[in-house]
Design a protein around this ligand. Sequence first.
Ligand code: CUA
Length: 151
Amino acid sequence: WLIFGILSLAVFLSIVGFTAFAHGNESVLCLPAGGMDTIDPEKVSEQAPFDKPGVRQIDEDRYEVVVVAQAFGYDPPDIKVPVGKEIIFTLTSTDVVHSFTIDNTKVNMMAVPGRITHKSYIFDKPGKYLVLCNEYCGSGHHYMSTEIEVY
Ligand code: CUA
């Protein structure tokens, strides 16, 4: 049985290895194909737009919200955006994989170190929206929440 176990493990690992090799090792993480920019995770705070996390107005109808996810929380800690405008979330992580999931919306973004993720969303109702991390990311995981105030 021990030999059987070892053989199964070897087969499993070679399948994982082959899949990673065949598709580039990102397939293991189930990342969406394309549409992602890269960033050095150790220099996030030095690089635009992550040197100034927060909300900025792009034009009359569009706002960008730049968010850095890291263990224990999000930067900026609070976000205020207007209702009925296009909000473009721009996200990265400095340490491990987190998510930026806005409760009761279709926004469920992955924050991956080394990657920049974008998601556009229009809030149709004012109010407070809870943001949670739904990727288990270590001891800080259950502290990772914030609120978006839509006015
Ligand atoms: Cu960050 Cu869970």
